[in-house]
Design a protein around this ligand. Structure first.
Ligand code: ZN
Length: 160
C-alpha cells in the first residue's frame, strides 16, 4: 500500500489538462492501486490522477465503500435533470460549497483491463462523476460553487 501526496489548491498543476492514457501499463495499474489507497485513507468519494500529481485522464469514484469505480479516459455521454447540493474536494481542505449538477450522469470509460464500458449514476454518484471528470480539464468545484461560510460549516458538522 502506498499513499500519495494530495496536490492542494494554489498549485497550478490542478489547472492543467490531463492527457489520455494510451496503453494500460504496469505503472498505470500501480497508480490505480495507489490512488485507491490514498482516496480511502482520506475518506474521499472520488479522486482524479492530477490530484496526486499525475496528468493522466484517470478517475476513481467510490460513493459506497467496496463499490470502486475505476475510469480511464472517461467521457460524460449523457446527463439528465438537476440537483443542488453540498460538495467538497480533497484538494481544497476544510471547505464546502453548494453546486448545481445533473441528477443523472452516464459515463463511457475504460477499465484496467482495457475494456470500454458505460456506467450511469445518480445523486451523489452523478455529482462525483462530474466533479472528478472536471479535474481532468483543470476545473475545480470552487470555480462555480457558492462557498459555505465558517458558521455554515460549523452547523453542518453539528448536524452529523
Ligand atoms: Zn476534487
Amino acid at each position: 500500500m502506498a499513499l500519495l501526496k494530495i496536490v492542494k489548491v494554489g498549485d497550478e498543476l490542478l489547472r492543467k489538462k490531463s492527457r489520455p492514457v494510451e496503453k494500460i501499463t504496469p505503472r498505470i495499474i500501480q497508480l490505480l492501486d495507489d490512488m485507491k489507497d490514498t482516496m480511502r485513507a482520506h475518506d474521499g468519494v472520488g479522486l482524479a490522477a492530477v490530484q496526486v500529481g499525475v496528468l493522466r485522464r484517470i478517475v476513481l469514484v467510490e460513493t459506497e465503500r467496496g463499490e470502486l469505480i475505476e475510469m480511464i479516459n472517461p467521457e460524460i455521454i449523457a446527463t439528465e435533470g438537476e440537483q443542488i447540493d453540498i460538495e467538497g474536494c480533497l484538494s481544497v481542505p476544510d471547505k464546502c460549497g453548494i453546486t448545481k449538477r445533473p441528477m443523472k450522469v452516464t459515463v463511457r470509460a475504460m477499465n484496467r483491463k482495457g475494456e470500454i464500458y458505460e456506467i450511469t449514476g445518480s445523486e451523489l454518484k452523478a455529482r462525483a462523476f462530474c466533479h472528478e471528470i472536471d479535474h481532468l480539464d483543470g476545473i475545480l468545484y470552487i470555480d462555480h460553487a457558492k462557498m459555505l461560510t465558517q458558521e455554515e460549516l460549523a452547523e453542518l458538522y453539528e448536524e452529523e
